[in-house]
Write a protein that binds this ligand. Structure first.
Ligand SMILES: C[S@@+](CC[C@H](N)C(=O)[O-])C[C@H]1O[C@@H](n2cnc3c(N)ncnc32)[C@H](O)[C@@H]1O
Length: 242
């Protein structure tokens, strides 16, 4: 009857919202994504049916089938949960699913989640804004709807942090374009892989070295002065920056 679009947060199940945990516990059926961590699945009603519609890169053509699946399930179950990594409305195609459900006359409720765009950097001790270092943050996907690259030249701003999702495969081009846009080669960069999981790994360097980072998705790229900070261990921070 109702489809709940639920944000699963960035990984660790402890980072679910209380509302998300409650809805998962009441679910009749859960339609989950690839990026949802197993620790989140512990909150799912044990009697619920779980359907994995995990999408890999380049498989976005399946979105229409997912929309139809949600519509079909809503005719058969009271509580359908569409579980998505991070926040459903941050590069999660949640908006498209809400529109499809609305057009089909299906009632839909969205439950926010902690996006990897903000909590991924934090997991590595990086505040996305920091007084005197960064006055704001731009969150951007490296690719557009038809797979075309974002033009990073216009996003080069020395006083703003840049948080890039789905950018690991394009890290060389991203670095080149940001340099072309006017950022210095020494601009700090950090890549946080698999934030909040046991496999979390952070690689740090600068725009000069980003192209040669040995990193794999899923990962967040942080560009700007904040990427040099690690507030998990304040001793390591360059106090001149604070
Ligand atoms: C399709 S987007 C979904 C983003 C999600 N809706 C959110 O709010 O976090 C997938 C991208 O998010 C980033 N991502 C998601 N979870 C992550 C994690 N645990 N660690 C690092 N990056 C993550 C990666 O850039 C990945 O390629």
């Amino acid at each position: 009857m109702t489809v709940y679009l639920v944000g699963a947060g960035p990984g660790d199940g402890d980072l679910l919202t209380v509302r998300a945990a409650r809805v998962l516990g009441e679910a009749d059926v859960v339609v989950r994504d690839r990026l949802v961590d197993e620790s989140v699945m512990e909150y799912v009603n044990p009697q619920a049916q779980v359907i994995d519609v995990g999408k890999g890169p380049g498989e976005s053509f399946r979105q229409t089938s997912i929309n139809q699946l949600l519509i079909d399930l809503s005719q058969r179950y009271d509580t359908v949960v569409r579980l998505k990594g991070g926040d459903p409305f941050v590069f999660g195609r949640g908006g498209e699913e809400v529109l499809a459900l609305h057009q089909a006359g299906v009632s839909c409720v969205v439950v926010p989640g902690l996006s990897s765009a903000l909590s991924g950097p934090l997991a590595a001790g990086i505040p996305v804004t920091h007084r005197g270092v960064s006055r704001g943050v731009t969150i951007v996907s490296a690719r557009g709807a038809s797979g075309e690259m974002t033009d990073f030249r216009g996003l080069a701003h020395p006083e703003l942090s840049l948080v890039i999702l789905m950018g690991v495969e394009h890290r060389g081009v991203i670095a080149a374009q940001l340099l072309e846009g006017g950022l210095s080669e020494d601009t700090p960069v950090a890549v946080v892989e698999r934030a909040w999981s046991e496999q979390q790994r952070t690689t740090r360097g600068s725009l000069r070295t980003l192209g040669s980072f040995d990193v794999r998705p899923p990962a967040i790229i942080v560009v700007g002065g904040v990427a040099a900070l690690d507030l998990r261990s304040v001793k390591l921070v360059d106090v001149a920056l604070l």
